[in-house]
Design a protein. Structure first.
Length: 349
């Protein structure tokens, strides 16, 4: 059968398919994007058929990866450190500067002579990738006057190195620790120099204890000492007085309180006579009792009950001043300050 329409129909169908293929290719060209990994110089576009035959060009662009950073330079914070025998310890800090690429280990050692002036040790400080947080080396004095040396040596990369420059030592890489004898105790009857940051009754943050029953609020930083002259107990009936002490809501939980009754302002003395030094982690309420005259009691009786004897008169009968010194230590250094309330009155003895 002769159908003259069939050739025309085939030609039209072929043209339609070609147009559709062109549209598909054009759409694919607009939507496709080929991303190359680092170091690839060729690209392949798979699964494409071009109809009718012809050239089809894929253009690939490669974005260079970011250059690796530096591993950093490591040094001690200081080339010297001063300590006193048996009584002090401190830290030297190792810093990282100039880069934080890769995890780094920095060996250190603390050395001294045949009779060491410091507790000797060795180890390694670890710096994490992307961390520039300084790392401490603790140094503690012994009972021997002399020197010791803290040294850091060549840092090494932990794991696979990716930094453009290897870790290196900066300056100083060693420090001399000088251990000296403790200063002699003050002569009998004299007092040591009070701490520079001591809070006293003359300070704007505090006032005298005032009349019995008066509330006095004290604001102090951790390790700061507050010092107050004890009231004259002769205004009370009896031979003794007591101090009530409590924290306010502005005090961090877990603080440690130390109290000393002394003739010297600013002194915290764990070796003070019985009852005159007191330490506790209980913060909400405490009482400290002291006798300003013996009355009918023997001194041994007071001491056996852990009562402090702070006589108002000295051996010649002259009045003498006593001080209540208080120190709080907070459980972490970031805490700013604490507030405490004091009040005093008769102890009834």
């Amino acid at each position: 059968m002769n159908c003259p329409q069939i050739p025309n129909l085939l030609r039209r169908t072929s043209a339609a398919f070609a147009a559709i293929a062109g549209l598909l290719i054009a759409a694919d060209l607009q939507a496709s994007q080929i991303s190359l990994s680092s170091g690839t110089s060729t690209c392949t576009y798979n699964g494409m058929t071009v109809t009718p035959a012809g050239d089809f060009t894929v253009t690939c662009t490669t974005t260079a990866p970011p250059a690796p950073g530096n591993a950093g330079q490591f040094a001690l914070s200081s080339g010297t450190l001063a300590l006193q025998v048996s009584t002090s310890s401190s830290t030297l800090v190792v810093t990282r500067s100039g880069g934080t690429t890769d995890a780094i280990s920095v060996p250190y050692s603390i050395t001294s002579g045949a009779t060491p002036s410091c507790n000797t040790s060795s180890g390694a400080l670890n710096f994490a990738t992307a961390s520039s947080t300084s790392q401490p080396i603790a140094v503690t004095a012994t009972t021997t006057v002399g020197t010791c040396t803290v040294t850091i040596t060549a840092p090494t990369t932990v794991g696979t190195a990716t930094a453009s420059t290897a870790p290196s030592l900066g300056s100083p890489a060693s420090a001399t620790v000088t251990v000296t004898a403790a200063p002699p105790p003050p002569p009998p009857g004299s007092c040591p120099t009070p701490p520079a940051n001591m809070v006293t009754h003359a300070d704007s943050q505090a006032t005298d204890f005032g009349p019995q029953g008066t509330l006095t609020t004290l604001t102090m930083l951790s390790q700061q000492i507050g010092s107050f002259p004890l009231p004259d107990g002769t205004v009370l009936a009896g031979n003794s007085a007591k101090m009530k002490i409590g924290e306010t809501t502005g005090t961090v939980l877990g603080s440690y309180l130390e109290l000393t009754i002394s003739k010297c302002p600013g002194v915290i003395d764990p070796s003070a006579p019985a009852g005159c030094y007191w330490a506790t982690s209980v913060q909400n309420y405490n009482e400290l009792l002291w006798f300003y005259q013996l009355g009918p009691y023997a001194l041994t009786t007071l001491q056996s009950h852990n009562f402090c004897y702070a006589p108002r008169l000295d051996a010649t009968g002259a009045p003498q001043q006593w001080y209540l010194n208080a120190r709080w230590t907070y459980p972490y250094s970031a805490w700013g300050f604490g507030r405490y309330v004091f009040t005093w009155g008769s102890a009834g003895y």
